[in-house]
Design a protein around this ligand. Structure first.
Ligand SMILES: Cc1ncc(COP(=O)(O)O)c(C=O)c1O
Length: 375
């Protein structure tokens, strides 16, 4: 422990994903194991139904991870090879990779003040080759879907959402993942609803899209084993689905806790002129944010980060410190000045359901102390 430090605050305590409900998880493991119910079994079907009901979505199809899910979503939504798909460059490389591996061309655009896709930037990027708009519902917030939906319908474009970070987040009371033809969500352990490994789901918003996704994720087979076309093997393990079913039943409490912590951060960082806070939970009636992350903008970000590390506070640079278009290896030739400036300032503070109010107070006090020392 650091001198004078009450405790360490890790960015994300991975072992808690297991330890928080170890007994129940061991019980689930034993039950699934004794039934030999590993692939495409009852627990998975139940989870798909429960999640679809939770989101008020047409259907949910469990897949191996959200990256596969996005690729499947793009394909089954009807994105054609060699067409352009617009995405916000402030996202995981997985978003662009899914577009690339669906055979389409990823077109990165700027994000707005809330760090999500800027509808005006999306509008400006539309060309005759554009087939779809793919907003990332980043940090547990849903983008301005009114504007993006209007844009898509005006130009006859498909809407596919990357909802990997936004399960249960809402825009005008509608859940992320239900606005377009299809979407994907992630159950990676550090996600809002995490399992004990990789996992994801496709959200399909019509029966036709659902049927195509169900076949595409399982070797092209329909429910009766008939091969209806080429397909992948990208299935969500039944064991993970059983765990997710259990966790989904307690998910509202997870969201409520994260919103409480965001409220606490917001108050504790009030008046720190060098920090831009994310929107507060009760900012307005339009957005219901679920705080996958607490992403601030900070003056002297690198030095602040070092200082917080010295105080035992774990932080993370989003996506390794670069927006997708800034990775030279991917061959993007655009410049996105607003996003690039943002990436000199963004920092993720600890945000997870096991954080206490005292932890938040301590992190915020360390941030204040850093800036006091520099003025
Ligand atoms: C915005 C976003 N998109 C896609 C993914 C990919 O999810 P998965 O790891 O389940 O493939 C992630 C996961 O970190 C993500 O945060």
């Amino acid at each position: 422990m650091m001198p004078g430090l009450a405790r360490m605050i890790p960015f994300f305590p991975y072992s808690q994903v297991f330890l928080q409900d170890e007994e129940e998880l061991v019980g689930i493991f034993r039950d699934v194991g004794r039934r030999g119910a590993f692939i495409e079994q009852e627990d998975l079907r139940r989870f798909e139904e429960n999640l679809a009901a939770y989101l008020q979505a047409w259907r949910v199809i469990g897949v191996a991870n959200a990256t596969d899910g996005l690729q499947i979503a793009l394909r089954v939504a009807g994105v054609e090879p060699r067409t352009e798909v617009i995405f916000s460059s402030h996202t995981m490389v997985a978003t662009a990779a899914a577009i690339h591996f669906a055979g389409a061309i990823p077109v990165p655009v700027e994000c707005g003040a809330d760090h999500l896709m800027d509808p005006q930037a999306a509008a400006a990027a539309i060309t005759p080759r554009t087939s779809a708009i793919l907003p990332t519902q980043l940090n547990g917030r849903t983008a301005d879907m009114k504007a993006l939906r209007r844009l898509a319908s005006q130009d006859g474009l498909l809407l596919v959402e990357d909802a990997a970070q936004a399960l249960g987040s809402r825009f005008e009371r509608q859940c992320a993942g239900t606005f377009g033809a299809a979407a994907a969500v992630s159950f990676y352990p550090a996600k809002l609803l995490g399992c004990l490994g990789d996992g994801g789901a496709v959200i399909a918003n019509s029966e036709e899209v659902a049927e195509r996704a169900r076949a595409l994720h399982d070797h092209g087979r329909d429910g009766r084993g008939n091969v209806t076309g080429w397909g992948f093997n990208s299935r969500l393990d039944n064991l993970q689905a059983a765990i997710l079913n259990y966790r989904l039943s307690k998910y509202d409490a997870v969201i409520a806790r994260r919103r409480e912590l965001a409220r606490a951060y917001h108050a504790a960082l009030e008046g720190v002129a060098e920090v831009v806070r994310p929107p507060a939970p009760d900012e307005n009636e339009i957005h219901f944010d679920v705080y996958q992350n607490y992403e601030i903008e900070a003056v002297e970000r690198e030095r602040l980060r070092e200082f917080l590390t010295g105080r035992g506070v774990g932080t993370l640079l989003p996506w390794g410190g670069k927006a997708v278009h800034q990775w030279n290896a991917l061959g993007f030739e655009v410049r996105l000045p607003a996003t690039e400036r943002l990436f000199e300032r963004v920092l993720l503070l600890p945000m997870h359901a096991w954080l206490s109010e005292d932890d938040v107070t301590m992190v915020a006090a360390a941030v204040r102390e850093f800036y006091r020392g520099r003025s």
